[in-house]
Design a protein around this ligand. Structure first.
Ligand code: NDP
Length: 285
């Protein structure tokens, strides 16, 4: 029986820690505001934004909620970002993705002050990550590192396999595990599908972030391995599931994250700790 890595409980701890720091910073006159910018009326994005605003409230972070119409122009959005960059009450800026197709996402991300980039997507923060320099890290892989630490799973010297190479999960995850001295393999959609199971079987730490429901089977898992399931998918019945087939994986793994209740809550919580970190960075702390 695997240890279940309880992301929900750890996320509550991370939020509590953030709340304490927000209060301490406020005592020193440092504001921890988060500006959340939502463009258009995508329902899933609106739901994510609502939960982020709720988390802010719980942590004592003042939120600034910008809801812009789907017709917002690039110039209007860039002007808002510039204004928020200059606002000392705003420690963090989050532009909810995806943006409507007519907007240039890369230009918007690059316009955010890197020290306010609480999503950790800015090229400067990606560069800091590559070079092992301090900076804001993307929330999902940062949350996974917290989970490994909380459960005493040291990546040093371990084989880590990451399935998925996106810029928000797979790639930064591989760099963070590399920084902690794991030996890294990254699989993706061009990986030989006949080889994928064998590659996964070499993993002491397996991170599944491919967006394919229940793709990783129990037979792909090395006995005792740590299995981190990033996936937020729907199975054939429309039920929320991960990229790992939990039923067959759990009896083989040493530790495993559930879906829901694993990586998801930690991703949300890390946003709060990134706001605190952003406030500190801007104040030389
Ligand atoms: P993307 O679609 O951006 O990336 C998916 C990656 O998986 C790509 O690198 C792709 O390869 C690879 N891939 C796709 N199919 C296969 C396959 N059959 N075999 C091997 N690799 C494959 O997704 P994200 O990284 O944004 O998200 C991944 C999953 O995590 C999704 O389910 C998403 O919903 C979830 N997610 C969950 C979060 C959370 O907080 N729990 C946060 C973010 C994402 P290629 O590059 O070649 O296309």
């Amino acid at each position: 029986m695997a240890t279940i890595i309880d992301g929900k409980t750890l996320a509550a701890k991370v939020r509590e820690r953030a709340a304490v720091e927000v209060a301490q910073l406020a005592g020193r006159g440092i504001a921890c505001g988060l500006a959340v910018v939502l463009v258009g009326d995508d329902q899933a994005s609106a739901t994510y934004v609502r939960s982020k605003l709720r988390d802010c409230e719980q942590c004592g972070i003042r939120s600034y909620d910008y809801k812009l119409s789907a017709e917002t122009t690039q110039e209007e959005l860039m002007a808002l970002v510039e204004r928020l960059n200059a606002d000392s009450e705003v420690a963090g800026i989050l532009v909810q993705m995806p943006l409507p197709a007519h907007l240039d996402t890369e230009a918007v991300v690059a316009a955010i002050d890197p020290d306010k980039d609480v999503d950790g997507f800015h090229p400067m923060n990606m560069g800091r990550l590559v070079r092992d320099l301090p900076g804001l890290r993307p929330c999902t892989p940062a949350g996974i590192m917290e989970m490994l630490d909380e459960y005493g799973i040291d990546p040093a010297g371990k084989n880590a396999v990451i399935v998925g190479r996106s810029s928000i999960v797979g790639k930064p995850m591989s760099l963070m595990l590399l920084a902690r001295h794991a030996t890294i393999s990254v699989a993706h959609s061009r990986t030989d599908p006949h080889e994928l199971a064998r590659i996964c079987q070499s993993a002491d730490i397996l991170v599944a972030a491919c967006g394919v429901p229940k793709m990783v089977k129990g037979t792909w898992i090395k006995p005792g391995a740590t299995v981190i399931d990033v996936g937020m998918d729907r199975d054939d019945a429309g039920k929320l599931c991960g990229d790992v087939d939990f039923a067959s994986a759990e009896p083989v793994a040493g530790a495993i994250t559930p879906v829901p209740g694993g990586v998801g809550p930690m991703t949300r919580a890390m946003l709060m700790s990134n706001v605190v970190l952003a406030a500190k960075l801007q104040n030389g702390l």
